[in-house]
Design a binder for this molecule. Structure first.
Ligand SMILES: Cc1cc2nc3c(=O)[nH]c(=O)nc-3n(C[C@H](O)[C@H](O)[C@H](O)COP(=O)(O)O)c2cc1C
Length: 174
């Protein structure tokens, strides 16, 4: 899959078919996280693979904004050490790499960030020095994905040479 087309085409998927995702895809998704770059190569992120149905359901119960994870085939809890000022950039890069890798194998995913942190900490035995930065749910999409991303035009968010200066004409994309 072309990387640009994957970036452009991937949508967040919150409804899943129930079909099991094979281990080799799960392994590639985690490996994509591991291969991600970190500031000073600190590699402080940690990933918890949650596959057990009851545990996936508990994840959903402990969230207000990620209830949909109950239907996911598996989830990954993304942890990071907040002592590094760039820790959120590091986890963002790992998250995106994992989601794009899943997409490459036809597996949809979505992220959520609203959860009962204390509850999750106890239930998943998360050490105090690590912050829960995101949870990802994964699974084959329930239905064929259609739809267009809602994004601002490039000329509204990118500038040429200095802030506020209109982006020069770079042509158009198909
Ligand atoms: C940092 C971050 C936090 C997010 N938190 C949630 C969340 O708590 N629950 C949820 O359902 N979606 C969450 N999302 C998903 C966004 O709503 C989604 O990425 C955005 O609407 C674009 O979706 P699209 O790429 O399918 O167009 C989050 C996304 C990001 C990047």
């Amino acid at each position: 899959m072309d990387v640009f087309e994957a970036v452009r085409g991937r949508l967040e998927v919150r409804e899943y078919s129930g079909e099991r995702v094979p281990d080799d895809v799960k392994l590639r998704v985690l490996e994509a996280g591991r291969q991600s770059p970190t500031g000073l190569n600190t590699q402080h992120w940690r990933f918890i693979l949650v596959e057990d149905r009851e545990r996936v359901k508990r994840l959903a119960e402990m969230s207000k904004t990620g209830k949909w994870v109950a239907g996911a085939d598996f989830a990954i809890i993304v942890l990071a050490d907040p002592k590094y000022p760039f820790y959120l950039i590091d986890t963002g890069r790992a998250v995106q790499n994992m989601q794009l890798t899943a997409w490459n194998y036809g597996v949809g995913s979505c992220i959520y960030t609203g959860y009962d942190e204390d509850g999750m900490r106890r239930f998943f035995k998360i050490p105090g020095n690590l912050e829960i930065t995101a949870v990802l749910g994964f699974g084959y999409p329930k239905r064929r994905l259609k739809g267009k991303k809602s994004r601002k035009p490039l000329t509204e968010i990118a500038f040429s040479e200095y802030y506020g200066n209109r982006l020069r004409d770079l042509g158009t994309l198909e």
